[in-house]
Each structure stands twice: as C-alpha cells, then as structure tokens.
Design a binder for this molecule. Structure first.
Ligand code: MG
Length: 229
C-alpha cells in the first residue's frame, strides 16, 4: 500500500518544479518565471543514498540539489492554506540533468523526458517526517563535488514557496500519497564526470548539524546503448 514513508517503492509520480530560484534561472540564461512550471520524472530514476550515479554516453550531466516534498494525503485543488495537511514530510534529492540533451530539446521544442529521466537521475534520501522541518522556507541545501562546494543555498530564496507549489500543481493533477515534488535548485549547478564523488546535505534554519546527508560515486554508464550525438 502507498505510504509517504515508503515513497521510494510505492510513489507514482515525481513532479519537478523548474526555475524556482531566480539566481539559478539567470545562470542558465532563462527568464525568471511569473508562474510556476513543472515536468515529470520517472520514479525508476530514484537512487538510494550510497548508490552510483551513471553518466550516459555523450551526456554532460549536471547536479541540481533540491528539497523534496513528500505527499501524505491525496488531494486535488488543494488551497495553499491547506497544503501542509497534505504534506507528510520531506527528503533531500538531486535532480540530475543531462544539460546538453536538455539544451537541444529546448532548441527543438521537444520534451525534457530524456534529459531528466535516465536511471539513477534522482538520487534521494530517506523520508524525513515533517515535524523535523518546522519551516520549509528556511532550509539550507548544500552540495559538494570532490569536497569542493558547488551549491549552498536556502529555500527562503524560492520564487514560489512550498504551499503555493502544492496549490498550483494540484490545480492540474491530483497529488497522491507517496508522490514527490522536487522544488527547484539554487544557483551553482555544474557538471559531474566519471570518478567524481558527490556529497550533499540538508540543514534546518540555523542548526549547525545536517539533518540528513548523502554520498554518491559517479561512473560512466556501462554497455550503454544510448549515445548523445
Ligand atoms: Mg531541477
């Protein structure tokens, strides 16, 4: 049965918000949005802490550290005032992106499913009960590659906060127990390559200790029948 706690195996949708931090939108040369937008990622792209992130052949893969919201109660047309009642908790996630594949898709007006949907492209932590994060608008997210900071941001800089995102997405599609919403990445995205080590963590407000952290090795995908040209 679907539950928020075991979203990794029973959740059906990953909803990923794009360009929700203005400094990140600008670093990729995109306009800052005036209304939220999202795309879907397959749940087959989940990767548990400690796993290996695969680089498909020819792909320039970027890390995007994000706060994940885990839905606990199914609903549609959820008002932002009621959003917290539908949220069971959170997780720390990386929205891996084959940037060169995405750039070509943008140019041709094609979907992003390939760029965002490869296996291992959604590394994600265990479930964090919502009581552990009192304010989703004050969460520090950091990511290092080979022990060097790449991203270190705070969810207070989101353009659309978590309740507004729940209201927006649920006005289009129902949000079901176990669904995960990735809420956008702060600035500092960059490439990872074979041999890199990614570490990342999530810290609440002014705490001086991470609530969760994760580590991933990066390897070229073996016997890849896909190749980006
Ligand atoms: Mg993203």
């Amino acid at each position: 049965m679907a539950s928020a706690k075991n979203f990794f195996t029973t959740g059906r949708n990953i909803i990923a918000i794009g360009r929700n931090f203005s400094e990140h939108a600008k670093e990729l040369g995109n306009a800052v949005p005036t209304s939220p937008f999202y795309f879907l990622k397959p749940t087959s792209s989940y990767l548990a802490n400690g796993g290996i992130v695969e680089i498909p052949k020819g792909c320039e893969v970027h890390h995007e550290i994000e706060l994940a919201v885990v839905i606990g109660k199914t609903g549609r047309d959820i008002k932002k005032e009621d959003a917290m009642n539908h949220i069971a908790g959170y997780a720390l996630a990386i929205d891996m992106t084959a940037r060169n594949v995405q750039n070509e898709a943008k140019k041709k007006g094609l979907p992003w499913s390939t760029a965002k949907g490869f296996d291992t492209f959604t590394p994600i932590s265990d479930f964090i009960p919502k009581e552990r994060i009192s304010d989703p608008s004050n969460v520090n997210l950091w990511l290092k590659v080979n022990d060097v900071y790449r991203q270190n941001g705070n969810t207070k800089d989101m353009i659309f906060n978590v309740p507004s995102l729940v209201e927006y997405v649920s006005s289009i599609m129902k949000l079901e127990t176990g669904d995960v919403m990735l809420t956008g990445t702060p600035k500092g995205v960059g490439q990872i390559v074979n041999g890199d080590v990614i570490t990342c963590g999530l810290r609440v407000g002014s705490d001086d200790k991470d609530l969760v952290n994760m580590r991933f090795d990066v390897k070229d995908r073996q016997n890849s029948s896909y190749s980006f040209k």
